[in-house]
Ligand binder design. Structure first.
Ligand SMILES: NC(=O)c1ccc[n+]([C@@H]2O[C@H](COP(=O)([O-])OP(=O)(O)OC[C@H]3O[C@@H](n4cnc5c(N)ncnc54)[C@H](OP(=O)(O)O)[C@@H]3O)[C@@H](O)[C@H]2O)c1
Length: 324
Protein backbone atom coordinates (compact mmCIF):
# COMPACT_ATOMS: atom_id res chain seq x y z
CA UNK A 1 0.00 0.00 0.00
CA UNK A 2 1.34 3.45 -0.87
CA UNK A 3 -0.92 5.10 1.74
CA UNK A 4 -3.06 3.80 4.56
CA UNK A 5 -6.51 5.04 5.58
CA UNK A 6 -4.94 7.95 7.48
CA UNK A 7 -3.05 9.13 4.46
CA UNK A 8 0.35 7.93 5.73
CA UNK A 9 2.47 7.65 2.60
CA UNK A 10 4.70 4.77 1.70
CA UNK A 11 7.49 5.18 -0.85
CA UNK A 12 6.94 4.36 -4.51
CA UNK A 13 9.95 3.03 -6.47
CA UNK A 14 12.60 4.62 -4.19
CA UNK A 15 15.33 3.21 -6.42
CA UNK A 16 14.06 5.52 -9.18
CA UNK A 17 13.44 8.58 -7.01
CA UNK A 18 16.30 8.50 -4.48
CA UNK A 19 18.03 11.89 -4.63
CA UNK A 20 16.45 12.74 -7.98
CA UNK A 21 15.70 16.42 -8.61
CA UNK A 22 11.98 16.52 -9.40
CA UNK A 23 10.43 19.89 -10.17
CA UNK A 24 6.66 20.19 -9.86
CA UNK A 25 5.01 23.20 -11.51
CA UNK A 26 1.77 24.04 -9.74
CA UNK A 27 3.35 22.21 -6.80
CA UNK A 28 1.50 24.37 -4.27
CA UNK A 29 -1.90 23.85 -5.87
CA UNK A 30 -4.54 21.31 -4.82
CA UNK A 31 -3.16 18.29 -6.71
CA UNK A 32 0.42 19.57 -6.54
CA UNK A 33 0.67 19.39 -2.75
CA UNK A 34 -0.35 15.72 -2.75
CA UNK A 35 2.02 14.87 -5.60
CA UNK A 36 4.92 16.57 -3.79
CA UNK A 37 4.19 14.70 -0.54
CA UNK A 38 4.16 11.36 -2.39
CA UNK A 39 7.42 12.23 -4.19
CA UNK A 40 9.11 13.29 -0.96
CA UNK A 41 7.97 10.05 0.71
CA UNK A 42 9.56 8.22 -2.23
CA UNK A 43 12.97 9.84 -1.73
CA UNK A 44 12.93 12.55 -4.43
CA UNK A 45 14.48 15.97 -3.96
CA UNK A 46 11.34 17.96 -4.70
CA UNK A 47 10.90 21.59 -5.80
CA UNK A 48 7.25 22.60 -5.40
CA UNK A 49 6.80 25.73 -7.48
CA UNK A 50 4.09 28.37 -7.63
CA UNK A 51 3.58 31.49 -9.68
CA UNK A 52 5.47 33.61 -7.16
CA UNK A 53 8.61 31.56 -7.92
CA UNK A 54 8.28 31.61 -11.71
CA UNK A 55 5.48 33.04 -13.80
CA UNK A 56 5.40 30.37 -16.49
CA UNK A 57 3.79 32.52 -19.15
CA UNK A 58 7.03 34.58 -19.12
CA UNK A 59 9.79 32.97 -21.15
CA UNK A 60 12.52 34.58 -19.00
CA UNK A 61 11.00 32.92 -15.92
CA UNK A 62 10.78 29.55 -17.66
CA UNK A 63 14.47 29.80 -18.60
CA UNK A 64 15.39 30.87 -15.07
CA UNK A 65 13.51 27.86 -13.70
CA UNK A 66 15.70 25.44 -15.67
CA UNK A 67 18.90 27.31 -14.80
CA UNK A 68 18.12 27.42 -11.07
CA UNK A 69 16.29 24.15 -10.43
CA UNK A 70 18.14 21.92 -12.94
CA UNK A 71 15.29 19.38 -12.96
CA UNK A 72 15.98 15.77 -13.88
CA UNK A 73 12.23 15.14 -13.95
CA UNK A 74 9.59 17.80 -14.59
CA UNK A 75 5.97 17.24 -13.55
CA UNK A 76 3.84 19.94 -15.15
CA UNK A 77 0.68 20.59 -13.15
CA UNK A 78 0.49 24.39 -13.35
CA UNK A 79 -2.54 25.48 -15.32
CA UNK A 80 -4.93 28.36 -15.72
CA UNK A 81 -8.01 26.56 -14.37
CA UNK A 82 -11.31 27.20 -12.65
CA UNK A 83 -14.94 26.17 -12.36
CA UNK A 84 -17.43 26.52 -15.22
CA UNK A 85 -17.90 30.26 -14.58
CA UNK A 86 -14.15 30.92 -14.89
CA UNK A 87 -13.99 28.89 -18.13
CA UNK A 88 -16.94 30.79 -19.61
CA UNK A 89 -15.33 34.12 -18.69
CA UNK A 90 -11.78 33.26 -19.87
CA UNK A 91 -11.83 31.01 -22.97
CA UNK A 92 -9.05 32.97 -24.69
CA UNK A 93 -6.83 33.33 -21.63
CA UNK A 94 -7.15 29.65 -20.67
CA UNK A 95 -6.29 28.56 -24.23
CA UNK A 96 -3.34 30.95 -24.48
CA UNK A 97 -1.81 30.50 -21.03
CA UNK A 98 -2.12 26.72 -20.93
CA UNK A 99 -0.79 26.27 -24.45
CA UNK A 100 2.05 28.75 -23.95
CA UNK A 101 3.22 27.46 -20.55
CA UNK A 102 3.31 23.88 -21.77
CA UNK A 103 5.11 24.64 -25.04
CA UNK A 104 7.77 26.80 -23.39
CA UNK A 105 8.39 24.24 -20.65
CA UNK A 106 8.67 21.43 -23.20
CA UNK A 107 11.14 23.33 -25.32
CA UNK A 108 13.34 24.30 -22.38
CA UNK A 109 13.09 20.75 -21.03
CA UNK A 110 14.47 19.22 -24.20
CA UNK A 111 17.25 21.84 -24.38
CA UNK A 112 18.16 21.09 -20.76
CA UNK A 113 18.17 17.32 -21.35
CA UNK A 114 15.40 16.59 -18.84
CA UNK A 115 15.05 12.81 -18.35
CA UNK A 116 11.27 12.80 -18.18
CA UNK A 117 8.44 15.28 -18.75
CA UNK A 118 5.15 14.38 -17.09
CA UNK A 119 2.17 16.30 -18.47
CA UNK A 120 -1.09 16.38 -16.55
CA UNK A 121 -3.97 16.78 -18.95
CA UNK A 122 -7.72 16.75 -18.39
CA UNK A 123 -10.81 14.86 -19.56
CA UNK A 124 -11.91 18.22 -21.03
CA UNK A 125 -9.64 17.26 -23.94
CA UNK A 126 -12.15 14.55 -24.97
CA UNK A 127 -14.75 15.37 -27.63
CA UNK A 128 -18.32 15.61 -26.37
CA UNK A 129 -19.63 12.76 -28.51
CA UNK A 130 -16.92 10.21 -27.64
CA UNK A 131 -18.38 6.78 -26.73
CA UNK A 132 -18.43 5.78 -23.04
CA UNK A 133 -16.38 4.64 -21.31
CA UNK A 134 -13.90 7.19 -22.68
CA UNK A 135 -10.95 5.40 -24.24
CA UNK A 136 -7.73 7.26 -24.90
CA UNK A 137 -8.00 6.46 -28.63
CA UNK A 138 -11.14 8.66 -28.88
CA UNK A 139 -9.46 11.91 -27.91
CA UNK A 140 -9.05 13.13 -31.49
CA UNK A 141 -12.42 11.88 -32.79
CA UNK A 142 -14.14 15.27 -32.56
CA UNK A 143 -13.72 18.71 -31.02
CA UNK A 144 -13.66 19.44 -27.30
CA UNK A 145 -16.69 21.68 -26.94
CA UNK A 146 -18.61 23.75 -24.41
CA UNK A 147 -17.21 26.03 -21.74
CA UNK A 148 -14.09 23.94 -21.19
CA UNK A 149 -13.41 23.40 -24.92
CA UNK A 150 -10.56 25.96 -25.28
CA UNK A 151 -8.87 24.67 -22.10
CA UNK A 152 -9.24 21.10 -23.43
CA UNK A 153 -7.83 22.12 -26.80
CA UNK A 154 -4.71 23.63 -25.17
CA UNK A 155 -4.16 20.35 -23.29
CA UNK A 156 -4.60 18.40 -26.53
CA UNK A 157 -2.03 20.53 -28.29
CA UNK A 158 0.43 19.61 -25.54
CA UNK A 159 -0.30 15.87 -26.00
CA UNK A 160 0.79 16.26 -29.60
CA UNK A 161 3.74 18.47 -28.72
CA UNK A 162 5.08 15.85 -26.32
CA UNK A 163 4.76 13.07 -28.92
CA UNK A 164 6.42 15.30 -31.54
CA UNK A 165 9.29 16.23 -29.22
CA UNK A 166 9.81 12.56 -28.47
CA UNK A 167 10.04 11.91 -32.22
CA UNK A 168 12.33 14.80 -33.11
CA UNK A 169 14.43 15.25 -29.96
CA UNK A 170 14.01 11.98 -28.06
CA UNK A 171 12.43 13.79 -25.07
CA UNK A 172 10.88 11.11 -22.82
CA UNK A 173 7.46 11.93 -21.46
CA UNK A 174 4.03 10.74 -20.40
CA UNK A 175 0.57 12.28 -20.64
CA UNK A 176 -1.91 11.55 -17.86
CA UNK A 177 -5.63 12.36 -18.09
CA UNK A 178 -7.25 12.42 -14.63
CA UNK A 179 -11.00 12.28 -13.96
CA UNK A 180 -12.59 15.00 -11.76
CA UNK A 181 -10.52 15.23 -8.61
CA UNK A 182 -11.78 15.80 -5.09
CA UNK A 183 -10.46 15.53 -1.55
CA UNK A 184 -9.23 17.53 1.42
CA UNK A 185 -7.52 20.86 0.65
CA UNK A 186 -9.64 21.38 -2.50
CA UNK A 187 -10.81 24.87 -3.51
CA UNK A 188 -14.16 25.68 -1.88
CA UNK A 189 -14.32 29.28 -3.05
CA UNK A 190 -17.43 29.43 -5.32
CA UNK A 191 -15.42 31.12 -8.12
CA UNK A 192 -12.93 28.24 -8.30
CA UNK A 193 -14.76 25.19 -7.05
CA UNK A 194 -15.71 22.07 -9.00
CA UNK A 195 -18.74 19.79 -8.54
CA UNK A 196 -17.94 18.16 -5.20
CA UNK A 197 -16.79 21.20 -3.19
CA UNK A 198 -19.86 23.09 -4.46
CA UNK A 199 -22.25 20.35 -3.26
CA UNK A 200 -20.44 19.95 0.07
CA UNK A 201 -20.63 23.66 0.76
CA UNK A 202 -24.36 23.71 0.02
CA UNK A 203 -25.18 20.80 2.36
CA UNK A 204 -22.94 22.00 5.21
CA UNK A 205 -24.66 25.39 5.06
CA UNK A 206 -28.11 23.74 4.91
CA UNK A 207 -27.34 21.81 8.12
CA UNK A 208 -26.12 24.97 9.87
CA UNK A 209 -29.17 26.96 8.81
CA UNK A 210 -31.53 24.13 9.80
CA UNK A 211 -32.91 24.01 6.22
CA UNK A 212 -35.55 21.35 5.58
CA UNK A 213 -34.86 21.09 1.86
CA UNK A 214 -31.91 21.43 -0.51
CA UNK A 215 -32.73 22.22 -4.11
CA UNK A 216 -30.30 20.70 -6.63
CA UNK A 217 -29.73 21.71 -10.23
CA UNK A 218 -31.07 19.36 -12.98
CA UNK A 219 -32.58 15.88 -12.75
CA UNK A 220 -29.74 14.22 -10.82
CA UNK A 221 -29.54 11.37 -13.34
CA UNK A 222 -26.29 12.27 -15.20
CA UNK A 223 -23.29 10.24 -14.11
CA UNK A 224 -19.78 11.47 -13.41
CA UNK A 225 -16.53 9.92 -12.21
CA UNK A 226 -14.52 11.20 -9.24
CA UNK A 227 -10.95 10.36 -8.26
CA UNK A 228 -9.57 11.06 -4.78
CA UNK A 229 -6.60 13.44 -4.94
CA UNK A 230 -4.37 11.00 -3.01
CA UNK A 231 -5.11 8.28 -5.56
CA UNK A 232 -4.35 10.74 -8.37
CA UNK A 233 -1.02 11.68 -6.78
CA UNK A 234 -0.06 8.03 -6.38
CA UNK A 235 -0.94 7.38 -10.04
CA UNK A 236 1.20 10.31 -11.20
CA UNK A 237 4.19 9.18 -9.17
CA UNK A 238 3.81 5.57 -10.36
CA UNK A 239 3.63 6.71 -14.00
CA UNK A 240 6.62 9.03 -13.52
CA UNK A 241 8.77 6.12 -12.39
CA UNK A 242 7.41 3.33 -14.57
CA UNK A 243 5.63 4.50 -17.72
CA UNK A 244 7.45 5.26 -20.96
CA UNK A 245 4.84 5.68 -23.69
CA UNK A 246 3.87 9.29 -24.65
CA UNK A 247 0.31 8.29 -25.65
CA UNK A 248 -2.28 9.62 -23.14
CA UNK A 249 -3.38 7.43 -20.23
CA UNK A 250 -6.63 7.93 -18.27
CA UNK A 251 -6.49 8.07 -14.47
CA UNK A 252 -9.73 7.30 -12.70
CA UNK A 253 -11.78 4.77 -10.80
CA UNK A 254 -13.85 3.55 -13.76
CA UNK A 255 -16.89 3.98 -11.48
CA UNK A 256 -19.71 6.23 -12.68
CA UNK A 257 -21.83 7.83 -9.99
CA UNK A 258 -25.21 9.45 -10.69
CA UNK A 259 -25.25 13.04 -9.36
CA UNK A 260 -28.32 12.08 -7.31
CA UNK A 261 -26.30 9.39 -5.50
CA UNK A 262 -23.45 11.84 -5.00
CA UNK A 263 -25.85 14.33 -3.38
CA UNK A 264 -27.20 11.58 -1.10
CA UNK A 265 -23.67 10.59 -0.05
CA UNK A 266 -22.77 14.22 0.69
CA UNK A 267 -26.02 14.66 2.63
CA UNK A 268 -25.12 11.61 4.77
CA UNK A 269 -21.53 12.85 5.27
CA UNK A 270 -22.74 16.29 6.39
CA UNK A 271 -25.59 14.97 8.57
CA UNK A 272 -28.31 16.59 6.43
CA UNK A 273 -31.59 14.72 6.96
CA UNK A 274 -34.04 16.98 5.10
CA UNK A 275 -35.45 16.68 1.57
CA UNK A 276 -33.12 16.42 -1.41
CA UNK A 277 -35.05 18.09 -4.23
CA UNK A 278 -34.25 18.30 -7.96
CA UNK A 279 -35.13 20.88 -10.59
CA UNK A 280 -35.40 19.03 -13.92
CA UNK A 281 -36.14 22.30 -15.77
CA UNK A 282 -32.42 23.15 -15.40
CA UNK A 283 -29.95 21.70 -17.95
CA UNK A 284 -28.23 18.43 -17.05
CA UNK A 285 -25.10 18.56 -19.21
CA UNK A 286 -23.78 15.32 -20.64
CA UNK A 287 -25.80 12.25 -19.60
CA UNK A 288 -22.74 10.07 -18.84
CA UNK A 289 -19.07 10.61 -18.16
CA UNK A 290 -16.76 7.73 -17.24
CA UNK A 291 -13.24 6.65 -18.17
CA UNK A 292 -11.86 3.35 -19.34
CA UNK A 293 -9.10 2.94 -16.77
CA UNK A 294 -7.51 -0.28 -18.01
CA UNK A 295 -4.39 1.31 -19.55
CA UNK A 296 -3.10 2.66 -16.21
CA UNK A 297 -2.89 -0.90 -14.85
CA UNK A 298 0.25 -1.24 -17.00
CA UNK A 299 2.13 0.85 -14.41
CA UNK A 300 0.37 -0.69 -11.43
CA UNK A 301 -2.31 1.90 -10.75
CA UNK A 302 -5.71 1.07 -9.39
CA UNK A 303 -7.78 3.60 -7.39
CA UNK A 304 -8.28 2.70 -3.73
CA UNK A 305 -10.34 5.34 -1.97
CA UNK A 306 -14.09 4.54 -2.08
CA UNK A 307 -16.16 7.65 -2.86
CA UNK A 308 -18.22 7.59 0.36
CA UNK A 309 -15.02 7.38 2.45
CA UNK A 310 -13.29 10.16 0.49
CA UNK A 311 -16.36 12.39 0.77
CA UNK A 312 -16.55 11.95 4.54
CA UNK A 313 -12.86 12.91 4.78
CA UNK A 314 -13.40 15.95 2.55
CA UNK A 315 -16.43 17.15 4.51
CA UNK A 316 -14.48 16.82 7.77
CA UNK A 317 -11.58 18.80 6.29
CA UNK A 318 -13.89 21.53 4.97
CA UNK A 319 -15.65 21.92 8.32
CA UNK A 320 -12.32 22.19 10.14
CA UNK A 321 -10.68 24.64 7.72
CA UNK A 322 -13.24 26.95 6.23
CA UNK A 323 -13.04 30.63 6.96
CA UNK A 324 -15.40 31.94 9.69
N1 LIG B 1 -8.79 19.45 -10.04
C1 LIG B 1 -9.27 18.64 -10.95
O1 LIG B 1 -10.40 18.13 -10.86
C2 LIG B 1 -8.42 18.27 -12.15
C3 LIG B 1 -8.89 17.25 -13.00
C4 LIG B 1 -8.13 16.91 -14.11
C5 LIG B 1 -6.92 17.54 -14.35
N2 LIG B 1 -6.49 18.52 -13.51
C6 LIG B 1 -5.20 19.16 -13.82
O2 LIG B 1 -4.35 19.06 -12.69
C7 LIG B 1 -3.49 20.18 -12.64
C8 LIG B 1 -3.55 20.81 -11.25
O3 LIG B 1 -4.88 21.24 -11.01
P1 LIG B 1 -5.38 21.70 -9.56
O4 LIG B 1 -6.78 21.28 -9.44
O5 LIG B 1 -4.38 21.28 -8.54
O6 LIG B 1 -5.37 23.28 -9.76
P2 LIG B 1 -4.81 24.45 -8.81
O7 LIG B 1 -4.98 24.10 -7.38
O8 LIG B 1 -5.44 25.72 -9.30
O9 LIG B 1 -3.27 24.45 -9.16
C9 LIG B 1 -2.79 24.99 -10.35
C10 LIG B 1 -1.54 25.75 -10.03
O10 LIG B 1 -1.03 26.29 -11.26
C11 LIG B 1 -0.29 27.41 -10.91
N3 LIG B 1 -0.23 28.36 -12.02
C12 LIG B 1 -1.24 28.87 -12.76
N4 LIG B 1 -0.78 29.76 -13.64
C13 LIG B 1 0.57 29.83 -13.45
C14 LIG B 1 1.61 30.60 -14.04
N5 LIG B 1 1.38 31.48 -15.01
N6 LIG B 1 2.88 30.40 -13.59
C15 LIG B 1 3.15 29.53 -12.60
N7 LIG B 1 2.20 28.79 -11.99
C16 LIG B 1 0.93 28.95 -12.41
C17 LIG B 1 -0.99 28.07 -9.73
O11 LIG B 1 0.02 28.56 -8.90
P3 LIG B 1 -0.24 29.73 -7.80
O12 LIG B 1 -1.14 29.09 -6.80
O13 LIG B 1 1.08 30.05 -7.29
O14 LIG B 1 -0.95 30.83 -8.58
C18 LIG B 1 -1.77 26.91 -9.08
O15 LIG B 1 -1.31 26.58 -7.81
C19 LIG B 1 -3.90 21.11 -13.77
O16 LIG B 1 -3.01 20.92 -14.85
C20 LIG B 1 -5.30 20.65 -14.13
O17 LIG B 1 -5.57 20.87 -15.49
C21 LIG B 1 -7.20 18.90 -12.40
Amino acid sequence: MASDANGHLEPIDPAFFAGKRVTVTGGRGFLGRFVCRQLTASGAQVSALGRRDYDLIEQADVRRLFAEQRPQVLIHLAAAVGGIGANVANPGRFLYENGLMGLMLLDEARRAGVEKFVLISSTCSYPKEAPMPLREESIWEGKPVGATGPYGMAKRLLHEALATYREQYGLQGVVLVPANLYGPEDHFDPALSHVIPGIIRRYVEAVEQGAERVQNWGSGTPTREFLHVRDAARAIVLATARHRDPAPVNLGTGVETPIRELAEMVARATGFTGEIAWDPTQPDGQPRRVLDVSKARAFGFEARVPLAEGLAETVAWYKAHRPD
